[in-house]
Design a protein around this ligand. Structure first.
Ligand code: AMP
Length: 277
């Protein structure tokens, strides 16, 4: 595995692969890697000749009062996990934006609700960094986790709308043994907070189970809320699985999504609900 630390070097290496007809797969991350990230690498590994993982904590996607400065980092641990997962290149730049960088990518509509409503500018930062990373890595296929379900849909839409030459696939959400979705931010939770964080997957699983018989979205979200023990619910919504619009009745593939705080830690989670595509 090679470690690549500048955008120019990444572009040169990926260009040489492509010139030799090698297919390139890409897993973008912000590092502090866990089994959820590694599962994405394993899912993509057999599908491509060369596998690239990026570790870059992208300042553009953090709000002024968010956790950019204290976002957890572990470059050595990340490199070790990537090596084990059969990664060919770990792209770990200090910065990826050129001087005078002045472009941003906005995906409208899909970003209006859910996390977009609570994190102004976040998805613009995510779409912009993904567009630049896709350009640098020149990937044929990139995988993003269903953990960040809205992000996955936003990037799918950006790629479609801008006709970017990359195929996006969604990777299954990986949970810890207690049901909590794996996240780099789980590191912030105390034991007591962790116990309360478990009520998030419990509530979502209960919604998914009940949606087999109960089709009324208001009833399902009320059930979910009754099971949550968190400090703040930003949203608990059931939406169309594709365009993320709110629905009243489960009559199509849908997704129940949660965001909220346990202590000072913001957690998100989601499950598939109702008839699946
Ligand atoms: P992050 O490092 O949080 O930006 O995540 C990088 C990628 O890993 C994104 O595509 C996430 O959706 C994905 N990811 C993070 N946690 C999980 C998880 N628990 N299961 C599956 N994918 C995940």
């Amino acid at each position: 595995m090679i470690i690549v630390d500048t955008p120019d070097a990444m572009r040169t290496i990926a260009g040489a692969w492509r010139a030799r007809g090698r297919s390139v797969g890409f897993v973008p991350t912000m590092g502090f890697l866990h089994r959820g990230h590694v599962a994405l690498m394993h899912a993509l590994r057999p599908q491509v000749d060369e596998l690239v993982v990026s570790v870059y904590v992208n300042p553009l996607q953090f709000g002024a009062n968010e956790d950019l400065a204290r976002y957890p980092r572990d470059p050595e641990g990340d490199a070790e996990k990537c090596r084990h997962a059969g990664v060919d290149a770990l792209f770990m730049p200090a910065d990826i934006y050129p001087d005078g960088f002045s472009t941003s990518v906005s995906v409208h509509g899909l970003t209006a609700g859910l996390c977009g409503a609570f994190r102004p500018g976040h998805f613009e930062g995510v779409a912009t960094v993904c567009a630049r990373l896709f350009g640098l890595v020149g990937a044929d296929v990139a995988i993003l986790g269903e953990k960040d379900y809205q992000q996955l849909q936003v990037i799918r839409r950006m790629v479609r709308d801008l006709a970017l030459p990359v195929r996006i696939i969604g990777g299954e959400l990986i949970r810890d043994d207690d049901g909590v979705a794996l996240s780099s931010r789980n590191k912030y939770l105390s034991d007591a907070e962790r116990a309360r964080a478990r009520t998030i997957p419990k509530a979502l699983t209960a919604i998914a189970a009940a949606s087999v018989g109960e089709r009324d979205v208001a009833a399902l979200t009320a059930l979910g809320r009754s099971l949550l023990d968190v400090d703040q619910v930003q949203y608990l919504e059931i939406v169309d699985a594709d365009d993320l619009r709110p629905i009243d009745v489960i009559d199509r593939p849908a997704r129940a999504l949660f965001a909220g705080y346990v202590g000072r830690t913001r957690l998100i989670d989601n499950v598939a609900v109702g008839v699946q595509a």
